[in-house]
Design a protein around this ligand. Structure first.
Ligand code: SAM
Length: 277
């Protein structure tokens, strides 16, 4: 049996693989899809694990449902990145009127639909509008406004860097009521996390980091940032969860409230980032 190895600074993650199903250099990145022994299918971009079938819901549910349940009536949603379609799958559970998916790399969408199918048909749903474009350029040009904007970007590369800068966040701030993004591992990618906090701080008056568990990501501790507004009234969240009848395997209203309680070291790290100029 062979192993896929992802190295991050002094840490390596090994996942046993059965077969490589796809290896393609797209215009933007190296795309690989594997069949693994224990984690189902796995999408890798530029050597970094993006998702495995076994634990992708842990990530996509926390990225999507915390902002979506924070909004009283989310009908028009923008997902930037997320070409595998799993974030769109989770958004659709809230029965929105329309979802814009802005993904820079058509190959990620096509190969994910063919080999992964984690979108469970969401990418072909009549409410989903797929736009193949850089998220920054789309937002700069569009006249559309959104109830919720969700950024499901890759690890830092020359394209995803553009959607983690304050210029981008300032435009997002003008075009949505609630904003959320993934912000990597605060344990294993501390510098990246701090830089995102600083960029967000320049662009939003209100924001709050939260955390979740994703075993196939570096260190397993993952972070997200919500901005403009977050609902933390448990009774309100429970009511919305029941009314919308959203099925999940990780997210639940109690966890929505609890995930903002950061371990002390992370609370200190986040606070020190706030102070950073
Ligand atoms: N769940 C994964 C994670 O958090 O590690 C990311 C999922 S998804 C595969 C990331 C997507 O963002 C990729 O398909 C990539 O092509 C896309 N992407 C990167 N930069 C982008 C940009 N500037 N505009 C739009 N899509 C972008």
């Amino acid at each position: 049996m062979e192993w896929f190895i992802e190295k991050y600074n002094g840490l390596a993650l090994m996942i046993q693989i059965k077969k490589r199903l796809v290896k393609k250099e797209s215009k933007f990145q190296k795309i690989e899809i594997y069949n693994t022994t224990d984690f189902g299918k796995m999408l890798v971009l530029d050597g970094k694990i993006q998702l495995t079938e076994r634990d992708e819901a842990f990530y996509h549910e926390m990225l999507v449902h915390v902002p979506m349940f924070s909004h009283k009536n989310p009908k028009k949603i923008l997902v930037i990145g997320g070409g595998d379609g799993a974030s769109v799958r989770e958004v659709i559970k809230h029965n929105p009127d329309e979802i814009f998916l802005v993904e820079i790399d058509r190959d990620v969408i096509e190969l994910s639909k063919k080999y992964l199918k984690v979108d469970k048909g969401a990418l072909d749903d009549k409410r989903t509008k797929i736009i193949i474009e850089d998220g920054y350029n789309f937002l700069k040009e569009t006249k559309e406004k959104f109830d919720v904007i969700i950024v499901d970007g890759t690890d830092p590369n020359r394209y995803s860097e553009r959607i983690i800068k304050h210029e981008f966040y300032r435009i997002c701030n003008k075009k949505c009521e609630i904003f959320a993004t993934q912000s990597q591992s605060p344990f294993q990618q501390k510098d990246y996390f701090i830089s995102m906090i600083k960029e967000i701080k320049k662009s939003f008056d209100f924001f709050k980091p939260y955390i979740g568990f994703v075993p196939s990501y570096p260190s397993g501790l993952w972070s997200y940032i919500i901005a403009k507004y977050v609902e933390l009234d448990l009774e309100v969240l429970k009511k919305r969860f029941n009314e919308r009848d959203v099925k999940t395997c990780y997210y639940k209203p109690e966890l929505h409230v609890a995930c903002f309680e950061l371990p002390r070291w992370l609370e200190e790290l986040s606070k020190s980032s706030y102070q950073l100029r």
